[in-house]
Design a protein around this ligand. Structure first.
Ligand code: ZN
Length: 207
């Protein structure tokens, strides 16, 4: 008899599953436990179960999602089926002959977004650093150049955003994507509004 819990185990690697739900699993199969606070990974992912040597959390595919989302076991199974496109919900049973290991669905929009955002932010950050230096008001009587103000206002956030995309964990990158997806576009519009001389000014000089 086919059952949804076994189908899930048969069709998804547990490592892929926990990665999909945000864990960074290292080569040894260890990750930081999502069920207790820790800095050093003690959450071990085996082929058919996980075990945390820190807090004792232990279970299989559906147990993981059940605990992570605080839902019932069957709701967890349905969620996994839905998220991985297994089509096991609502009484549908997959045909055993067609079983195969599935990769988690790749979020191409997100990956493309990261790839396109990084060079824009690198350019904008350099430009803001440059403006911060050359338009630094020497005398309080001088009218402050608007590019200096832009530098002061925007530099911190641009640097933070870029750092997250370059050095952040998968979760941190996704958090930027979820909270401020349009920021790189705003940067692009700003860069496009500048003339070439202005855009290239900082490149020719050592900063
Ligand atoms: Zn734990």
């Amino acid at each position: 008899m086919s059952n949804i819990f076994q189908d899930i185990k048969d069709r998804i690697d547990l490592k892929d599953l926990v990665r999909y739900y945000g864990l960074n699993v290292d080569r040894g199969g260890f990750a930081c436990c999502p069920f207790h606070n820790e800095r050093n990974p003690s959450f071990k992912v085996y082929e058919d179960h996980y075990h945390c040597f820190g807090c004792g959390a232990h279970g299989d595919h559906t147990d993981f999602v059940e605990k992570l989302y605080g839902v019932s076991n069957i709701e967890a199974a349905k969620k996994i089926s839905h998220d991985f496109g297994l089509g096991l919900c609502d009484g549908e049973i997959a045909i055993p002959a067609k079983r195969k290991k599935l990769r988690p669905p790749k979020d191409e929009g997100f990956e493309l977004w990261v790839k396109e955002s990084v060079p824009l932010l690198i350019e904008y950050k350099k430009l803001l650093q440059y403006w911060g230096k050359i338009y630094d008001p020497r005398s309080p009587i001088d009218k402050v150049d608007e590019r200096y103000i832009e530098s002061v206002h925007n530099r911190g956030y641009a640097e933070y955003f870029l750092d997250q995309l370059l050095y952040g964990t998968e979760n941190e990158k996704r958090a930027m994507y979820e909270t401020d997806r349009d920021y790189p576009l705003t940067v692009k519009i700003r860069l496009d509004s500048l003339d070439t001389v202005c855009r290239n000014a900082c490149k020719s000089k050592a900063i």
